[in-house]
Design a binder for this molecule. Structure first.
Ligand code: SF4
Length: 86
């Protein structure tokens, strides 16, 4: 594991500036099949997006929108990274 990845996994200070902390978690953990468009719009305005996505990938977060990516999008990214590492 890369040092930056380890730091992302353990440093939670970015959460203090997370936009979703101000909006509540409902947008980010919608019912299955519901739209994540609103969550992605908020993530697009969030300065913590990179740290959030790094945290989600490092901690294998399976549910919800993190760093502007849905569950499926993060899974695709993880698979692409595994392919690159092979
Ligand atoms: S990128 Fe989205 S989910 Fe992550 S901290 Fe920002 S608003 Fe929250």
């Amino acid at each position: 594991m890369h040092n930056d990845t380890i730091a992302a996994a353990t440093d939670l200070s970015w959460q203090e500036q997370a936009l979703c902390a101000q909006t509540g978690s409902d947008f980010f953990f919608p019912e299955p099949g519901s739209s994540v468009r609103e969550a992605k719009q908020i993530c697009g305005l969030c300065e913590m997006r990179s740290a959030c996505l790094a945290y989600a990938l490092s901690n294998d977060e399976r549910f919800g929108v993190w760093g502007g990516l849905s569950e499926k999008e993060r899974l695709g990214l993880r698979r692409a990274q595994q392919w690159d590492d092979a």
